[in-house]
Design a protein around this ligand. Structure first.
Ligand SMILES: NC(=O)c1ccc[n+]([C@@H]2O[C@H](COP(=O)([O-])OP(=O)(O)OC[C@H]3O[C@@H](n4cnc5c(N)ncnc54)[C@H](O)[C@@H]3O)[C@@H](O)[C@H]2O)c1
Length: 389
């Protein structure tokens, strides 16, 4: 039936996913539910994973350039392994597509800078995400800081204890030269949170990183101290060696907002039996199908984050935030109607339609990566790194 009147509703923007692993599969429900986007195609190089991608009923290709045959493609979401990001991002921008690229946006800051420059050169936007500053509680804390209700922010401390090192992985995910190791992969989230809450510009970085298991050589833990140009100090503590879980301090709420008391946690401990790379890849591909849920009943917790301001403190709760001031404690409930990936798409829709400047643009992602890199340099040199423009 013909519509009686021309519709003012904008047409959905056609988007392709590049790399259909854990990160990408987590995005599918949000893309399918968002009327601003239409999933137009998937690029995936692994034939077995292509079979999973085909269940979505869109064309599946094995190489990025094949997307040229997809009509009216507006942008791509690049969720391939980190070492692929630079080339695929620059190629996509050159082909006239906007880009959403996963964090960390590249294997090092030099690559990231070339991506930022390409975005400017080809006049197409570059957004980095998902990262945890998209989460509703972090956005709410940012708004409270900006409102001045708690005075000015003095320090933010974020702690995350996980089994990151022992989850099934490809070997390059451990290699810092390829953007691997917890300081790049998970530190990218922590620095993203700390810059959202403290300020954009970090003056100095001091850190130690830890490589604690000879069977799984990587930076699996770190302690990072940041001094911000506008005054606040911040720490990012991460331990991915599957000892304690930071869910023990977040009232059993997981990274994605699910209640997971100890007996209900999937917790990968140190392997007692040798595992081959093929077995590990198969386990990773299986895990990708359900690693990151979409709709969840509670707020996502990337560990435990406490904000201290001149007039009080605040931290996350399963339902939202709690503020503690001289007047007492006040809880704020936040909606779970939009998942973290819904919130990425909300920013992306505005950016791709040219309505407003993206917070999480290439420059933001580049600075986050530069700070992760400075932390690793600081640990190598045993002294503080000064970040200058
Ligand atoms: N934001 C988050 O919460 C989050 C979570 C997980 C991973 N990530 C990030 O997402 C990226 C991917 O990580 P992952 O764990 O999903 O990896 P993954 O290995 O599960 O998925 C990557 C997929 O890309 C495919 N691929 C590899 N090279 C390709 C190419 N040239 N063209 C097309 N497909 C190709 C692989 O076959 C694989 O299926 C990384 O940068 C990682 O840091 C982000």
């Amino acid at each position: 039936m013909n519509a009686p009147f021309a519709s003012n509703v904008p047409q959905p923007m056609r988007l392709a996913i590049v790399g259909f692993g854990a990160a990408a599969q987590a995005f599918v429900p949000a893309i399918q539910a968002n009327p601003a986007f239409e999933l137009a195609a998937i690029v995936e190089s692994n034939p077995e994973v292509q079979l999973t991608a085909m269940t979505l009923g869109v064309p599946v290709f094995s190489q990025l350039y094949e997307l040229k045959q997809v009509p009216h493609l507006v942008g791509v979401y690049i969720a391939t392994p980190t070492p692929c990001h630079e080339t695929q991002t620059i190629d996509s921008l050159r082909l006239g597509w906007h880009v959403l690229v996963e964090k960390p946006m590249a294997s090092n800051a030099e690559e990231a800078l070339r991506m930022v420059l390409a975005s400017k050169q080809f006049g197409k936007s570059l957004t980095v995400g998902h990262s945890h500053s998209f989460d509703a509680p972090i956005q709410a804390m940012k708004q409270i800081i900006e409102s001045g209700e708690l005075g000015t922010v003095q320090m933010v401390n974020t702690w995350c204890y996980t089994d990151w090192v022992y989850r099934p992985r490809r070997a390059e995910e451990f290699d810092p030269a390829l953007g691997g190791g917890a300081t790049f992969r998970q530190g990218a989230h922590q620095i993203d949170i700390l810059r959202a809450l403290c300020g954009k510009q970090v003056d100095t970085v001091k850190a130690k990183v830890f490589n604690l298991d000879p069977q799984r050589q990587t930076m699996g833990a770190h302690a990072i101290y940041l001094d911000f140009a506008n005054g606040p100090a911040a720490t990012a503590i991460y331990n991915g060696y599957a000892g304690l879980s930071s869910m023990d301090w977040t009232r059993n709420v997981s990274e994605w907002g699910i209640l997971q008391p100890p007996d209900f946690r999937t917790w990968h401990r140190r392997n007692t039996q040798p595992v081959t790379p093929a077995q590990e890849l198969a386990a990773k591909q299986e895990r990708a199908k359900s690693a990151i849920p979409n709709a969840t009943p509670l707020q996502p917790h990337f560990g435990f984050t406490v904000v201290s301001c001149t007039l009080g403190d605040m931290q996350q709760t399963p339902e939202g935030l709690v503020l503690a001031t001289a007047e007492g404690q006040r809880e704020i409930r936040l909606s779970t109607a939009q998942s973290p990936r819904d919130l990425v798409l909300q920013e992306l829709a505005q950016t791709w339609r040219g309505q407003g400047t993206a917070w999480h643009d290439g420059q933001w992602g580049y600075e986050n990566l530069r700070i992760c890199e400075a932390a690793i340099q600081s640990a190598k040199r045993g002294r503080e790194c000064v970040l200058s423009d």
